[in-house]
Design a protein around this ligand. Structure first.
Ligand code: SF4
Ligand code: SF4
Length: 204
């Protein structure tokens, strides 16, 4: 399920994401948040850069911090895993129409990238993940996660999605005992979305 608002954090300072990691670490390890969410929103001028109102900015920031906490808590278990898959969102494809040559297999269900555009974010992510021996799925929606995991066994999952989708899938992975790591979209909107490819590389 998407957020009720759209955002684009791609113009925000990289230090913002370092700060989220720091706050996430403090929350996960010491069970307290070092700085308030609202202070961070002000410090990094999130409202000015995104046009979000304060309550939407708070929701977004809290989701990013919670995601960071879950990644930290799961990291040790995740690095022990052998059989892994990467779930990518179809909304980060360069094209959402028939210029995208990915083949959709409804039985899985997943798109499979045909590598038609070297500058496509999904193409780049597939290349990196394949080198690291991941199975890669490009999903049209979060409900596909459960269907894939019913038919294939993985010890570890890396997922890229917007915060709400990540939260739902993380709860499911926890229920079935699969270790997960998540990468948030830094631009949402269900088309032409973006994530940080360096963050993906580091997590894989
Ligand atoms: S590179 Fe892959 S995902 Fe990107 S537009 Fe081409 S076929 Fe689609
Ligand atoms: S932004 Fe992408 S991952 Fe999030 S709900 Fe929309 S299509 Fe799914």
């Amino acid at each position: 399920m998407p957020y009720k608002f759209t955002f684009d954090l791609s113009r925000i300072s990289r230090f913002f994401f370092t700060e989220i990691a720091k706050v996430g670490y403090e929350k996960g390890v010491h069970k307290k948040v070092g700085k308030t969410t609202q202070e961070m929103i002000k410090k990094f001028k999130i409202q000015e850069a995104t046009g979000l109102n304060l309550s939407d900015a708070v929701v977004l920031l809290q989701d990013l911090v919670d995601l960071q906490v879950r990644n930290l808590l799961e990291r040790e278990r995740f690095v022990q895993t052998r059989k892994r898959a990467l779930f990518l969102p179809h909304c980060s494809r360069k094209y959402m129409d028939n210029r995208c040559k990915a083949v959709f297999d409804p039985n899985i269900p997943s798109y499979f990238c045909a590598r038609c555009s070297p500058d496509c974010l999904i193409n780049k992510a597939v290349s990196i993940a394949k080198k690291e021996n991941y199975d890669v799925y490009i999903l049209p929606g979060g409900s596909c996660v459960a269907r894939i995991l019913m038919n294939k066994h993985y010890d570890g999952i890396v997922g890229v999605a917007c915060g709400e989708e990540i939260r739902i899938s993380s709860e499911m992975l926890k229920d079935i005992g699969v270790a997960g790591q998540a990468i948030p979209l830094i631009k949402n909107g269900c088309a032409n979305t973006a994530f940080n490819i360096e963050t993906l590389h580091r997590i894989l």
